[in-house]
Design a protein around this ligand. Structure first.
Ligand code: ZN
Length: 317
């Protein structure tokens, strides 16, 4: 199949199959994470809404232009702002998530006082600036700079940001039968966030993974054990094309890399705890394996070492 790419200011739209597109974010432009477009036949579905209404508006425009249909469904993979702050653009569509994502969305993303939110974001950016100046290695500097750019875009749109919550709620699985294509939503638990949903197209063997699969990133971990179980289950599925929450279009090899990463972190933590090594010593003595040396992330591997250490503290005996 010929590869069709559409360039926009915010993202590149890649055609993965007839009527299936991955919107891969361009860094620092207001998209921040990847999204997807699926033509179901009579209806049109979008997976995730980016980090700003401007990027989401472009996504909606492109999706409706290439399909000639109006967006009917928006899926929220999880509650993180970089995947859902564009929701307001899809207010007319049916927004779908798990009940847990809906709950966390409401609790974490609701803006009570916009002025306060703006001040806090400015302060956060100011702190990031200081960290960027002090950063000793290049990977950290690049990661912090990227965070700075992405958050600046969110700040620009904060005055007009509205949190629009999902209204159709499911627990573990939801199937949408379109006239031409069936879409499966799966939530196998919470690994990266309290509840992570991915979208699977059984006929095309294409999956939009949200942040349970990312590329070369020390992605935040919510529950390392459940994360590993989710990925082991995903590995059993017949997926040809995998769209990560962050990174380029790939295959299940991304999942394998993350399984190794999580297994490695868990093993290191278990060993340290069995030898009564304190968290501070564990982190300061930790040697970064070369395969993760170029992975990005504002807190590097340190935050994940901390999360996994805390998770297993007292749990391994
Ligand atoms: Zn996330």
């Amino acid at each position: 199949m010929d590869i069709v790419k559409i360039e926009t200011k915010y993202f590149t739209l890649h055609r993965l199959a007839e009527g299936v597109y991955a919107a891969i974010a361009k860094p620092g432009k207001g998209a921040w994470s990847n999204a997807g477009v699926v033509d179901l036949g009579d209806e049109l579905l979008v997976f995730d809404s980016f980090s700003t209404p401007s990027a989401a508006r472009e996504l909606k425009k492109q999706a409706e232009m290439i399909s000639g249909k109006k967006v009917k469904y928006l899926i929220n993979s999880h509650y993180h702002g970089d995947h859902v702050f564009g929701n307001q653009v899809f207010e007319d569509a049916t927004i779908i998530s798990t009940s847990l994502t809906n709950k966390w969305f409401r609790e974490q993303n609701t803006i009570h006082d916009v002025q306060k939110e703006i001040e806090e974001t400015k302060q956060y950016l100011h702190n990031l600036r200081n960290q960027i100046e002090k950063a000793e290695d290049n990977i950290t500097k690049v990661s912090l700079l990227k965070q700075y750019e992405e958050m600046s875009k969110v700040l620009e749109e904060l005055p007009h940001l509205k949190t629009v919550l999902p209204s159709v709620i499911f627990e573990k699985h939801l199937v949408i039968h379109g006239s031409k294509r069936t879409v499966e939503l799966h939530c196998l638990g919470g690994g990266h966030s309290p509840s992570d949903t991915f979208l699977y197209l059984p006929d095309d063997k294409i999956a939009f993974m949200g942040d349970i699969i990312t590329e070369d990133l020390h992605l935040p971990i919510y529950n390392p054990k459940e994360f590993l179980t989710i990925l082991e289950n995903v590995k059993q599925m017949d997926m040809k094309t995998v769209v990560p929450g962050h990174g380029e279009v790939g295959t299940l090899a991304f999942g394998e890399i993350l399984i190794n990463y999580l297994s490695f972190l868990i093993k290191k933590v278990m060993d340290a705890q069995q030898n009564n090594i304190s968290m501070n010593d564990f982190i300061s003595e930790f040697m970064m394996p070369s395969e993760y040396a170029n992975w990005k992330g504002v807190n590097g591997i340190t935050r994940n070492l901390t999360t996994v250490y805390n998770f297993y503290a007292g749990k391994h005996e």
